[in-house]
Every structure is written in structure tokens, then in C-alpha cells.
Design a protein around this ligand. Sequence first.
Ligand SMILES: Cc1ncc(COP(=O)(O)O)c(C=O)c1O
Length: 435
Amino acid sequence: MYNENSKLMKKRKIALSKIQKIIKDTLSKEEMKFIPGKSTIPLMVPDISWQEINEAMDSMMKTEFTMGRKVRRFEENYAKFIGTNDGIMVNSGSSANLLALSVLTNPRKKDPIEAGTEIICPAIGWSTTFFPMVNTGLVPVYVDIDLGTYNINTDKAEAAISDKTSAIMPVHLNGNPCQMDRICEIADKHDLYLIEDTCEAHGSDFKGKKTGSFGDIGTFSFYISHHLTTIEGGMFVTSNDEIAEIAKNLRAFGWIRDMKSKKEIANQYQELDERFLFYNLGFNLRPTEIAGSFGLQQLKKINANIKTRRANAKYWLSRLKQFEDFLILPEATKGANHVWQVFPMTVKPDAPFSKNEIVNYLKEKGVETRPLQSGNMVDHPSAKLYKHRTHDNLPNARLASKNGFFFGNFPQMTKEMRQYIAETISEFISLKSKR
Ligand SMILES: Cc1ncc(COP(=O)(O)O)c(C=O)c1O
């Protein structure tokens, strides 16, 4: 790093303040234009503005690029936001999931999960909810979801447990918390590790407690479509000191630099340079200071953004309720505060139109849609490559995969845009139900 007082640094400071002013003046005047019938309403619009760019510019002009003080500050702030003791930032939500299962199966962990044991999970999540299970030697046991909440059916989850089950990994899909009182009860009763894939549900809560803070580990994605974005990025949260310590060790090469116990470990291996002492089977999952800068600024906006997403969802639910004969609309889990990352729905099998017809109509009218997340994971060709089990034949996951879709929900969605989406769906259904 350049010396703070060097001539070069002073020059950079002056340049930085000029650049930051131009960025602020330019971006704060921009607004999203929408022309009904002409503009496209995309699946995602990241809420990135001058604040994030200027914060990142500050790090870059100070030549602070890789994981450093801003990442650490963001980790502390994010852990406080979720209500856990530790936050360990990584370079994606997929990496957070890989880290979670790598920690729990790690030979340095007391009572590690044994290779070959089973992990209970929903049949719909994201591909990298499931692949890290396989990568760490576990066997996914796919359980059906409930239509409406789109989350794991908790009775089926309990029924799927065998004497080989070691963990349960629910996914709070679309921003909707799973039924966490029941899931915690199942984990306690059967002595299972609990990992929450909270990659789509930042800031959501179940009976007042934030998701991600119920289990041994919670994971988050900061990809651009999520409630908080660092472009790419993720977070691993825990309140368990042993788990946090191993996670810090595995995140960066297996070296000891970020561990609380680094001095004690270094003392045991005095013949090795403590800066390059590889204590565990690590990865490189580190984030950059640019991502840390984004995180610090994005966290200031998250509550306001969640409020907008909730208001949008409430509006669509009230406008589309009249079509419940044809559509399975999304519903929040009882006792939960849903944060509505997107707005999902499933066309009922006996509706007078197909999913393709409705999504094609929306596309023609400029409303982008896509299938529900991973769809039923068992139907993908990748499922042929690894050992897994399904609890039953997953009828709801199959229907949601075949007939489900979602459109975007983002903070910059104007009232005009959300009204246009509701009206386009109404228009389509009235055309179809007249026949
Ligand atoms: C439920 C879920 N888990 C994991 C991930 C992976 O996160 P990332 O894209 O940051 O790797 C995602 C991604 O959006 C997700 O939706």
C-alpha cells in the first residue's frame, strides 16, 4: 500500500474527490424510464448507485484491493444485522454453501459429519445448494416442497430421516422463511446439524428471529438480483466459535492468518513461517475490498428495499387473488416475514391455458419471466452423476418445475410497472377464460 502521506497519495486523494463528485452528480440524476408496451421489465435491476461506486473507488484509489478492513467492517455489520456472533464473507453464495459443508465435514471439527451420511434438503433450491453436499461426500435426500410457500414440507422432511441422516439444509426460497420452529424441533430431536440456505432471504424473519440465525450456519448470496448485492459475493454466518474458526481457516488457503488461535497454532510449529503455515485443507473463497465496499453501502439501504418489495408483493397478491382458480399464488409461511425476492406462481393443471402460453404472452408484452430456481433437482442430468435419494416421487416439486415461473421484484419497480404486470396477467386470463 502507498504511504498515506506520500506525494502520490495526496494526488490520488484530490483525483478521488473530483471523480466521486462527477459520479454522484451523474448517477443521482438517473431514473428508470418505463413506457408501457415498449419497455421491458427485467427479472432483476440491481440497486447500485453512486454510494457503492464511490466507496469502491475510495478503496481502489488507496490501492486496497483484496480482503481487508472494509470486508471486516461489513462482516461485523452484517452479523449484527442477522443476529449472529460471526459473519465470514466469501466470493459467492455458492462458496458460502461449500464452506458450510466443508467446515461440518472437516477432520479438525469435533463431531464432524461423516462422509457417506445423508442430508435432508428440498427438491427445489439452487444447483449449488446441493452440489456442495456431493462435493463434501454427503448424500442429498430430496424432499417435496409445499405449493404456495415453495419451501420444504416439514412432515415429509421428518419422515425422510433414516439412521444415516446427519444434517438438514432447508432453503428459504424466494425470500420466504421455512417453518423454522418445526425444523429446529426436527434437528434437535434427531440430533442433526442445521444449515440454512438463506441466499434469497436476507432480512426475513420467522417469529421475530432473522433467518440464517437459527441453525449452526446460515449462508447468503450477494449476487445482483438479491436484497443486498456486492456484484458477486456471499456470507457465512454462525454463532458457534469452533465453526467460525474453521471457516476462517478454510476460506483462505488453509493458512492461519485470520484465526483467533493463530498464535497458539504457530507456537506448535515454530520451524514454519507463521505467515505461510497451512493448518487445514483450505480453498481460496476470499472476497475483494470492492465487494466489501458495496456491502457497507448496500446494508444501509436494505430495510427500505425490503419494504418496497413487500409493498409490491402485497399489491400483486391483491390484484391476482381473483385468479386463484387458475394460479397457485405465493403465500408467506405462517409466522414469517417474507422478503419477496421475486414473485412466483404456478399454473394449475386444469387451467384453461398452459404455462407456456402465459409466459409467452408476458414476454410479448415486455415482462420477463423464468422457471422457478433450480426446478426439481432430480430431473437434471447432473443427478445421474451422484448418489442421492428421494423421499417420495416429489409431486409438488414436479408440478412447480413444469408449471411454475416468476417475474422480477426489485426496489426500482415503479407503481406504474407493477400495475402494468398485474394488468397484463389480467388481460391474458380474461382472453383465455372467455373461450
Ligand atoms: C437458494 C440459493 N442458494 C445458493 C445460491 C448461490 O449463490 P451465488 O449465485 O451467489 O453463488 C443462490 C443464487 O442465487 C440461491 O438462490
